[in-house]
Design a protein around this ligand. Sequence first.
Ligand code: SF4
Ligand code: SF4
Length: 300
Amino acid sequence: MKIAVTGGKGGTGKSTVATSLAVEFAQSKKTILVDADVECPNDYLLLSAKRKKYSNVYQPIPKWDFKKCSKCGKCANVCKQNAIVFVKDKYPAFVKEVCIGCKACMVVCPQNAISMTKKQIGTIYTGRNYNIEIITGELKLGELASGEIVASLREKSEEINKKLKSEIMIIDSAAGIGCPVIASLVGTDYIVAVTEPTPSALHDLKRVLYLAQHFKIKSGIVINKFDLEKSFYRKIEDYAKSNNIPIIGKIPYKKDFVNSTIKMKPVVEINPEYKKVFKEIIENINKDLKTKFQNNETNI
Ligand code: SF4
Ligand code: SF4
C-alpha cells in the first residue's frame, strides 16, 4: 500500500505525521519512508538515521559546437526558460542552472550545432532506523527541477521496494500543489492531508484535496494542533463533512512535538500516548480504503 502525506501549506506537521506513521506501521509491516520534500528533506534527521548515497540524478542539457553555429539566435528564441542569451553577431551564451532539459533548442537549430550532454541536479540517499528504510531525494543547491528529482526518487523507491518486498510505502511530499507534489501523489492508494486550524492552512488544504479528487485518490484529513483554535477547527470539520472527506486524525498541540524535533526522535517515542493517535489514523485509513471512491467535485 502506498500512502502520500501532504497538505498544501508548509509547516503543518507533514514530516512529523509521516515519520510517526512510518514508525507505527513498521511495528508490524515492512515499511519504506520516501522523503519527497526534495528541497528540504529532513525525515532522516527526525528519525536520527545515517544516510548513504544511493545514486545521482541527472538531467539533459545542451552543448554547442560553435564551429557549426551560424549565430541565427533561433535556439534562444525557442527557450521558454530564458536559459540561452543571444546578442546579435555573437555566439549564444548558456545559463545552465535554469535549463530544464526540454531539448527544444537542439530540435530547432538549423545547423545541428547543438547536442545533449547532462548535469547532476540531485542525489538519492538511503538510510535505516526504527526498522524503516528511509529513501531521501535531495535537489542540488541552485537547481530548479525538483519535479525531476521526485520522479527519479519514485522510480528508485520502486526499485528498492522490489528488493525489500515492503508492504507499506509512505511518501512525504513537499508543500504546495506544484509539479513535485503531483509527482509524489500520482500512483498512491491514499492521501493523508495534514492541516492545522488556520485560514491559510484550510485554503491550501482545499487545493490539495482538489488535486486528490482530480487523480481519483482517496484521501483523509489529519488536523494537527486541532485544539489551538476551536472555531476554525469546526470550519474544517464542516468543509470535510460537506465534501464527504473523513477526518482520520486529530493531534493535540503539545510541547512534545518541539522536543521530538530537538531530540531527533519521532513523537511516538517522546510520548507513547501518541501511539494511540497514530494507530487510530492507520485504522481509519484502512477503514476508508474499504469504502468506495466518490468522485465529488470538492468545493474549493
Ligand atoms: S540555433 Fe544553432 S545556429 Fe542558431 S544560434 Fe543557436 S546554435 Fe547557433
Ligand atoms: S534544453 Fe530546453 S530549457 Fe534547456 S536550454 Fe534548450 S530550450 Fe532551453
